[in-house]
Design a protein around this ligand. Structure first.
Ligand SMILES: [Ca+2]
Ligand SMILES: [Ca+2]
Length: 360
């Protein structure tokens, strides 16, 4: 195992992923290995045709739980199109096959990003790799106890070189911002703004604060990080489409994996910025959990969000995300300015009025 002292000193990504830790977890049953977190279950893959979201207004943000989500304010969003599910390994593999793209996690790490002399950097941390959630051997409140930098972990080998291959219908993870951008451009789209994402995730439904029912989203039931009851059927990541879509027909938009947006991160919303907001500029971006770096906003929580730890299984939830390092619970989905060519038939339109999902 890696040097724990060094891990605690990591300045960024692990904090970003685990910042919601507020209370000490309790003793409980322990998963035995990372392979316990492979889903091993397949679900019906939902349609991939992008869904049209008509423009409109909604109450963006919340004061209910975390200060960084407020203040709520009426916000207008222009119409757009959005993928009905998180980008999958199958989709990303098609992109790689077409373009030859090599993801950031598959390349050696630039030692300059650590800001310390080269001799102080453990060699393994300069190898290609990514951050993998690894259940701790005992209850802990320290994120450094459940995040490991694993050489050889990447989108194709999400648990590391000795783990299983990425499952085609599971969301792709371990990507950096540049990888997501490249994929979105290849698809003819882009990453959503935070406002677009939150509008689509809210789907005209009332705000809520409680953890979604296990039938509605892949989150963490039990006391994080040691008691993973998996009442929703998944200890870890789930294939897309295993849970009911929201009223706009969007699957897993809350839970499963966090979804990175194009906005730069700053705690809280600017009340004056409510017409198609695109987040703060670089000079105003600030992530208190990673103050030396400019983070992107990610939304909706993941399979690691539990009531005692990360109540971010809601449309309003947000955290900063290091754009340069992937992780095993962070993915994305793509939006489009106009009707994508692939959606010329079988179009699904959602206009703020909840309606049932129709695959016709
Ligand atoms: Ca779960
Ligand atoms: Ca999600």
């Amino acid at each position: 195992m890696h040097d724990r002292t060094w891990k605690v000193g990591w300045p960024l990504a692990f904090v970003l992923l685990a910042a919601a830790c507020r209370d000490a977890p309790e003793q409980g049953a322990l998963p035995q290995s990372v392979t316990d977190f492979a889903a091993g279950t397949s679900c019906r893959t939902p349609p991939s045709q992008p869904v049209e979201i008509k423009g409109g207004s909604f109450l963006m943000g919340s004061n209910a739980i975390y200060a960084e989500e407020g203040p709520p304010r009426e916000t207008r969003v222009d119409g757009f199109w959005i993928d009905p599910h998180e980008v999958t390994n199958r989709q990303f593999a098609a992109f790689v096959k077409s373009t030859g793209h090599v993801s950031v996690a598959e390349k050696p790490v630039d030692p300059a990003q650590f800001g310390v002399p080269l001799e102080q950097i453990p060699a393994y941390m300069l190898e290609p790799g990514s951050a993998v959630f690894t259940p701790p051997a005992r209850p802990s409140r320290s994120y450094a106890d459940w995040w490991d930098y694993v050489p050889g972990a990447n989108w194709k080998k999400p648990y590391g070189p000795n783990g299983p291959d990425g499952v085609p219908d599971e969301p792709v993870v371990h990507l950096a911002w540049d990888d997501m951008q490249a994929y979105a451009k290849w698809r003819g789209g882009r990453l959503p703004t935070e406002a677009e994402w939150e509008y689509a995730a809210s789907a005209g439904a009332p705000k809520y604060v409680a953890q979604p029912d296990p039938a509605r989203a892949n989150t963490w039931q039990g006391v994080f990080p040691v008691v993973n009851e998996a009442k929703d059927g998944f200890k870890g990541i789930a294939p897309v489409g295993c849970f009911a879509p929201n009223a706009f027909g969007l699957y897993d938009i809350v839970g499963n994996v966090w979804e990175v947006t194009s906005d730069l991160y700053r705690p809280g919303h600017d009340p004056a910025n409510h017409d198609n907001p695109r987040g703060p500029g670089e000079n105003n971006a600030y992530d208190p959990l990673d103050p030396g770096r400019i983070s992107r906003v990610m939304k909706g929580g993941s399979y690691l969000c539990a009531p005692n730890y990360c109540q971010r299984y809601r449309p309003e939830s947000r955290q900063g995300r290091d754009p340069g390092l992937g992780a095993s619970n962070v993915g994305f989905r793509v939006v489009y300015e106009g009707q994508p060519e692939s959606a010329s038939s079988g179009t699904m339109v959602r206009n703020g009025k909840p309606s049932s999902w129709n695959t016709n």
